[in-house]
Structures are given as C-alpha cells and as structure tokens.
Ligand binder design. Structure first.
Ligand SMILES: Nc1ncnc2c1ncn2[C@@H]1O[C@H](COP(=O)(O)OP(=O)(O)OP(=O)(O)O)[C@@H](O)[C@H]1O
Ligand SMILES: [Mg+2]
Length: 384
C-alpha cells in the first residue's frame, strides 16, 4: 500500500492569518498601528474576506512583546443583545489582562466593585471559562463595565486596544440606536484605550459610521482596505510551492491571482487546490481542474444565495456578468428581462445591500470573483 503523503498545505483560508502566510499590507499595518498606539479609534472596512480580521490579529502578533500595549479581542458574532455584550466585553477584558486563569478570578474581584459577575470554569479554564451577570445588577452599573477598559489601562499603565469584530451585530439589539449612544458617550472619554471596530457586513457598518444621525458618526478614522497587489501574491505563491518541494512558474501563479481578482480568501483557496493537485510541477490544466473543484466545493453556498434572489435580480446578474453597462437601455431591459428602469435601480440597491455587487465609478461589478465564475459556467452555461 502506498503511504499517505504527510506534507501540509502551505495555503490557509477560512481562518485568520496573523503570522506565517500573512503578506504585505505594510501601509495598512503602519496606519492602523499609528492609530492604535496614539489612541485614535479606527473603523476598518472592506468587502467580505479581504483580510480585516487578519490585519488586526497580525498587528497584535507583531506587538505581542510590547509591555506598554495590550490587545483585547471581542468577537460579536454570537452576541445577541446588550446583556451578552457586557458579558463578552468583561470576559475579553479579563482574559486579555493575564494569561493565567488564576489571575482572572483575582482581577475580577478588583475590577468589578458594583456589578459582580459570576465566573464559571470547566476542567480546562483556558478554553472553558464564562462570565455572567444578573441583568438587574448590570442595569444599575452599566457605567462600571463600559468604563472598565479605561480603568484597567490607567491602572496597569498601558495603552489598551479593544478590537471588536462583527461590530455591526449591534444593529440586532433591541433599541440599538440608544445603545450606540450609550457606548459612544462613555468611549469618547477614554484616553488610554483605542477602539478598533470592524465587521463583515459592509452596508450595516457603513450605516453605523457614515450616517450623520447615528451616534458613531465620525467616531474615528476609517481605513478602507484595498486588495493585496499581484506583485505580492505571485512571489508568495511561488515560494510556498518551493518550500514544500513543488514548483509553479510566476506566470501560472499570476493566472491564479487574476482568476480570483486578487481576492485574499479565494487566492489562498485556489492556490491550495492547485498545490494539492500538483505532484511536482503545476500546469495550466491543473489550474483548470483545481478551479472546477473549488467551485464545486462552494456550489451549495452559491446555489443557496441564488435561490434567495428574485428572477429580475438573477437576470440582472446575468447582464453584469456579460459586462453590460447601460442597464436601463431599452434593448438591455428587453434582452435580459430585468423589468423597468426603476426595478433595475431598486435591484442594484438590494444587491449592493447584500454585498453581491459594488458600484465603482458608475460601473456595477460583482464582489465575489468565484461566484461570478460559477454563475457564468454553471448557471449560464458559458465558458470562462
Ligand atoms: N494579508 C494576508 N495575506 C495572505 N492571506 C490573507 C491576508 N489577509 C487575508 N488573507 C486570506 O483571506 C482570508 C480571509 O481573511 P479574513 O478572515 O481576515 O478577512 P475578513 O475581511 O475579516 O473577512 P470577513 O469579511 O468575512 O470578516 C484568510 O483566511 C486568508 O486566507
Ligand atoms: Mg473578519
């Protein structure tokens, strides 16, 4: 029997990359790090899976030995309401101030004077630790929890960097706008804390930070992440192959990047499949095979997305994929069955809201390059 190969894929997707495999973003790192250490709050924006979470984790990794700085990570992915937010914030603050769980208990006693939390720990506290409050208690002492980052930072003489991922989830809370006002009223006075807020739902994030009537309007600097340039991707891919005893030419590596339109997640995913199908040296037919495989893997997700669209929205996507620019021209309306000009405008807005498309200089483009290829090939039956 042939032995199973043991080498590991040098490409990573679906997880944040903070150290090995993190490429470039030197300008973003500089800008964000300047804000963080200077106490300037930052909102990070980009379409899905371009690398917001990885960028923040990468900076925390670079600064892991800086005694004057501490990072506190809070992921609001599963935070459903205000009570959950206080618990998640308190837990992240405790965990970030010490790596020893014995200290969490000790610190909880010193940090919380009025809103007393209940701590519970499993056999392995590092992975099984939770914190809860009686809501009546929290309601009376919200200020204590919301001011805790600043109190900890002052006490420990550090700059505390509170990084909140999936921040747009705040939008699902009851009375969200009042809660935003409350947060801002406390956080804007914090001098030793920098807040870095980011999330995967771009339109919701933009609503929170760009609308004049919202509490977080002008809360901080806004950094719009760009895509990673081909000049950085190509040598990275070539090197990752080389390190694992395989070979890919810069020209083929560039094909991968161009097919995936420099989209961080998909460049890594397609590179992974090309690498996996390559025994010694990559060829163009391997890229084709890897691409089909990758689209098949993502197919269920794409199908689900399409099932949730109306017929006119699907037809509009067909027109976008075909490179149509004048959607409201009579010929286009008839050829693609996309309704009236009003329908078109409304549908573009809806597709934008759901992160399907983006308008750049009046041109509408699809945000997901792999979905675009899948749609073209498997939905419209065309070649790419
Ligand atoms: N600087 C980078 N270098 C190499 N690969 C990267 C980089 N940034 C991101 N990636 C790749 O892109 C994937 C998505 O990154 P990440 O989860 O950080 O994006 P995100 O913008 O936070 O996504 P979401 O919008 O879904 O929250 C990672 O799993 C990794 O494969
Ligand atoms: Mg993210």
């Amino acid at each position: 029997m042939k032995d199973l190969k043991e080498e590991l894929s040098p490409f990573l997707f679906g997880k944040t990359v903070d150290n090995i495999g993190f490429i470039n973003r030197t300008t973003d790192v500089e800008l964000l790090w300047l804000n963080m250490r200077s106490g300037i709050n930052t909102i990070l924006m980009s379409p899905r899976r371009w690398g917001k979470s990885s960028l923040v984790k990468h900076i925390a990794h670079l600064k892991r030995n800086d005694k004057n700085i501490r990072f506190c990570f809070l992921d609001m992915f599963s935070v459903r309401d205000e009570a959950g937010f206080y618990e998640a914030l308190s837990k992240s603050l405790l965990v970030s101030t010490s790596s020893k769980w014995e200290d969490w208990v000790k610190n909880a006693k010193t940090f919380f004077k009025r809103a007393i939390p209940k701590l519970s720990m499993g056999i392995d506290p590092a992975h099984d630790f939770s914190i809860s409050f009686e809501w009546e208690e929290v309601e009376k002492h919200k200020d204590e929890i919301l001011n805790m980052p600043e109190r900890i930072a002052q006490k420990q003489k550090i700059q505390l960097i509170v990084c909140i991922d999936e921040f747009q989830n705040i939008h699902n809370f009851n009375d969200a706008e009042n809660f935003e006002k409350l947060l801002r009223s406390y956080w804007q006075h914090h001098k030793h804390v920098s807040y870095c807020l980011y999330g995967s739902k771009r339109t919701l994030m933009a609503d929170i930070f760009n609308k004049k009537n919202r509490a977080f309007y002008r809360f901080g600097d806004i950094i719009q992440l760009e895509k990673i340039d081909t000049n950085h991707w190509v040598p990275f891919i070539v090197e990752q192959f080389k390190k694992t005893g395989k070979k890919i030419t810069p020209a083929l590596a560039k094909d991968i990047v161009i097919l995936m339109k420099n989209h961080s997640y998909y460049v890594q995913q397609l590179s992974h499949y090309v690498w996996a199908y390559t025994t010694k040296e990559a060829h163009d037919y391997i890229i084709e095979k890897a691409l089909v495989r990758m689209l098949q893997v993502n197919q269920a997700f794409y199908q689900y997305e399409v099932e949730n669209l109306s017929n006119t929205q699907v037809n509009l996507i067909k027109a976008i994929v075909d490179g149509v620019e004048q959607f409201t021209a009579m010929k286009t309306l008839q050829e693609y069955h996309i309704g009236t000009p009003r329908n078109v405008t409304k549908n573009i807005k809806t597709l934008e809201k759901h992160d399907f498309v983006e308008k750049i200089d009046k041109k509408v483009i699809l945000l997901d390059p792999a979905f675009e290829l899948w749609f073209k090939r498997f939905y419209m039956g065309k070649r790419w």
